[in-house]
Design a protein around this ligand. Structure first.
Ligand code: C5P
Length: 338
């Protein structure tokens, strides 16, 4: 068995499916809230995206602190000891997290470049390539072994997502202005680099989590601290002028806080998914949530008209999910005998 380090117990396997399920719900609500917040533009200044990133990071760190506190039966002394021993007194361990954190910061900026140079459909479809780069990094860095069916299911997954997303966005009204070939190229290159950074940072975080003993919440605090530093630099570099004029929290409303909370929750759930499942399954959860949010947008918001290509794509994604699990189930059969 290639998962030699931690024998999956019944409760771990439950945590795996619970965390994947919560990730599907979290991603879906984040997409819908962001879309809703865009159609509901109030008067006054819009909130600064860079400031929302910092707020989400702060909220994530505070929640992780609370979780560590809970893990130590709400003893202030134990919390203090953990923070000192695990974070302050282990600068090299803490510094390891600067790598994924820096890469995620770079990635968020690349995706911004990509979205400014590509239409949303091309952007989203191309970004699905991260499913494959994630698999490649999982194989090369973690020594994960994928069977033929699993590689096949990843290809089917990518095809399915491409079909699901292409027609959706092209129906979404006339595009504002045609994009030049040069800017298209810049956009595509930005997405391609983001695909590699997403795969690498995710698998690097997984490697740290699975090869060392520190708790996932302590690791997330370390990641968040660097995220906070990079995020604050972002606020001052991009929006320094505007912050001086109208403050860091300008334009925040309850919807902004909802997006911030969902984003913070996302960081927590992704960390849990990487610990209890893995980065490849995270890709499947995200794909399922794309279908879920599209269906909600059809039945509820009524702003989407699904085509038969959408349904074909959705079927492929669901089929790929089962196909991937098909081989993965084999070790579980031995397990259920216990
Ligand atoms: O597109 P991708 O799946 O790579 O995006 C992952 C996102 O999750 C990044 O924005 C990253 O900042 C965030 N993340 C997090 N906490 C983790 C791992 C990832 O907030 N432990």
């Amino acid at each position: 068995c290639h998962v030699s380090m931690s024998l999956p117990s019944a409760s771990q396997s439950r945590l795996k499916y619970v965390s994947l399920g919560v990730l599907v719900l979290q991603t879906t609500s984040l997409v819908l809230t962001m879309r809703y917040s865009r159609t509901l533009l109030g008067e006054g200044p819009r909130y600064l995206a860079s400031s929302a990133v910092v707020s989400a990071e702060l909220l994530k760190i505070l929640t992780c602190l609370l979780l560590v506190f809970y893990d130590h039966s709400f003893s202030v002394r134990a919390l203090n000891r953990v923070l000192n021993e695990e974070i302050l007194n282990k600068p090299m361990e803490t510094l390891k997290l600067a790598i994924p954190s820096g890469i995620y910061t770079l990635q968020n900026n690349l995706l911004y470049v990509a979205l400014s140079n590509l239409d949303a459909a091309t952007y989203q479809v191309t970004y699905q390539l991260k499913i494959l780069t994630t698999a490649l990094f999982s194989v090369s860095m973690l020594g994960k072994r994928l069977g033929l069916y699993q590689w096949l299911s990843l290809l089917i997954l990518m095809t399915g997502i491409a079909l699901v997303q292409w027609p959706t966005e092209s129906l979404g009204g006339p595009s504002s202005k045609p994009l030049s070939a040069g800017s298209q190229l810049v956009g595509v290159i930005a997405v391609l680099i983001a695909c590699f950074s997403s795969g690498f940072a995710g698998v690097y975080f997984e490697k740290i989590l699975k090869e060392t003993k520190q708790s996932v919440w302590v690791r997330n605090i370390q990641l968040g601290l660097f995220g906070l530093v990079f995020g604050l630099i972002g606020v001052f570099v991009y929006d320094g002028e505007r912050v001086r004029e109208s403050g860091v929290f300008q334009g925040y409303n309850s919807l902004t806080w909802t997006v911030v909370a969902l984003q913070a929750l996302g960081g927590l759930v992704i960390a849990a998914v990487i610990k209890y499942a893995d980065n490849i399954l995270k890709g499947f959860a995200t794909s399922l949530s794309i279908i879920l949010s599209t269906l909600i947008s059809y039945f509820w918001l009524k702003d989407f008209d699904p085509t038969s290509v959408f349904f074909l794509g959705a079927m492929l994604v669901i089929a790929a999910t089962f196909l991937y699990g098909y081989e993965g189930k084999r070790p579980a059969i031995n397990h259920s005998k216990v």
